[in-house]
Design a protein around this ligand. Structure first.
Ligand code: NAD
Length: 368
């Protein structure tokens, strides 16, 4: 069997810096766990624009479609702010998501014990938190037609349309049920069935999929506004949450911030299964290119490292190795290693990006 393939797209700003640390982790798994990858690397975002005049070339797009998983750093930066909308760095990322049809966005919110005091909520509310929000990513009000700003009589009207087909709801529901089956066996679906027809259909379809295919998963429903309240009141009541594109955008950011720094948050976007049974997949940290600290060795590489852990789990059937990597991160944090974003008070010397990556690799070696 050939090695599984991985396309690395470091992108802009701190993207290449954090990706260099992921490379160390990938090399460690090759050398120590017999887990080797065919790793390709290419340009995306501003870096691709500088080289080719486009934020994603057709060749890179074709490469992304052909590999088992794509790992992306971040795109964007002030140098590109004045570019035409069609060639802005973010268009490269959007094209990847759209053409790979990545409809399920997985955003874990996990609170490492060593960072529990970082949350704006009380330690006992967040310590040990481990939930997963699955957001529908390719449909809903961000894409529905009609849309636009039109003139009606003497005033302008802004229009967006919330629209979901049964099959769009069913496929993201299945992705969430699959996850719930592998985790705590509980799924909560959130919509606004009290005021939106798309919410009524969402609730019906999720219920039907659950009854027919996942009777072992405990399904509950919640209005999305009540869900936001419950997420801040007692987030540990949830295991997996599935919701639409708009509510998922808000709820996943809310849940993520329960856990502390942006530099800690990974994500995965999954599509339909490929011929080999693996889903099309793009893994990326939640943060952007952080131009304010780019090139200074200050970036926290953990979000990108944990994104690779998600790739191990969801694309490479290596859940035990993913857990090994997450434990190594936990150990490093428990040992007090902190990049600047994880330091609450002045004083003390923060670890550099490279030192944090080295510490994770050392913890892997110590644990393995
Ligand atoms: P950002 O996430 O880049 O930065 C927000 C703040 O968090 C900054 O102060 C930054 O220094 C800090 N930060 C982010 N990641 C960090 C890390 N790993 N370690 C330590 N600190 C970190 O968001 P922004 O400033 O709003 O956007 C900057 C650029 O990134 C813009 O061009 C934006 O369009 C782009 N962006 C890209 C993505 C993506 O590639 N997926 C996501 C968001 C923003």
């Amino acid at each position: 069997m050939p090695n599984p393939s991985l396309l690395i797209l470091p992108g802009d700003g701190i993207g290449p810096e954090v990706m260099a640390e992921v490379r160390k982790v990938i090399d460690w798994f090759g050398a120590n766990r017999g887990l080797s990858f065919e790793v390709g690397e290419d340009l995306v975002g501003g870096a691709a624009y500088d080289a080719h005049g486009t934020p994603l070339t057709d060749d890179t797009m074709a490469l992304a479609q052909s590999v088992d998983a794509v790992l992306l750093g971040a795109v964007g930066g002030p140098n590109y702010d004045d570019l035409d909308f069609s060639v802005k760095p973010e268009r490269g990322l959007l094209r990847l998501r759209k053409e790979m049809d990545l409809f399920a966005n997985l955003r874990p919110a996990q609170c490492f014990d060593a960072l529990a005091d970082f949350s704006s909520l009380k330690r006992e509310v967040v310590a040990g938190l481990d939930i997963m929000i699955v957001r529908e990513l390719t449909s809903g009000v961000y894409f529905g037609e009609p849309r636009g700003i039109v003139k009606e009589g003497n005033e302008r009207v802004g229009i967006n349309t919330q629209r979901y087909t049964e099959s769009e709801i069913a496929r993201v529901a299945r992705a969430a049920f699959d996850l719930a089956q592998k985790r705590g066996g509980k799924l909560c679906s959130m919509e606004k069935a009290n005021v939106m027809e798309s919410g009524i259909l969402w609730r019906e379809v999720v219920t039907e999929v659950g009854r027919a295919e996942y009777p072992d998963v405990e399904l509950s429903h919640m209005y999305a506004d009540a869900g936001a309240m419950q997420l801040t009141r007692w987030p540990k009541q949830f295991d997996v949450i599935v919701t639409d594109n708009l509510f998922g955008d808000l709820l996943s950011d809310l849940a993520a911030m329960l856990t502390g720094s942006l530099g800690m948050l990974p994500s995965a976007s999954l599509g339909a299964p490929m011929a080999n049974g693996r889903p099309k997949a793009l893994y990326e940290p939640v943060h952007g290119s952080a131009p304010d600290i780019a090139g200074m060795g200050k970036a926290n590489p953990i979000a990108c490292i944990l994104s690779f852990a998600m790739a191990l789990r969801y694309s490479f059937d290596a859940g035990a190795e993913a857990t090994r990597l997450e434990r190594a991160v936990e150990t490093v944090l428990a040992d007090g290693v902190r990049t600047a974003d994880l330091m609450q008070t002045e004083g003390g010397t923060p670890a550099t990006t490279a030192e944090m990556g080295d510490a994770v690799v050392a913890a892997l070696s110590a644990g393995g």
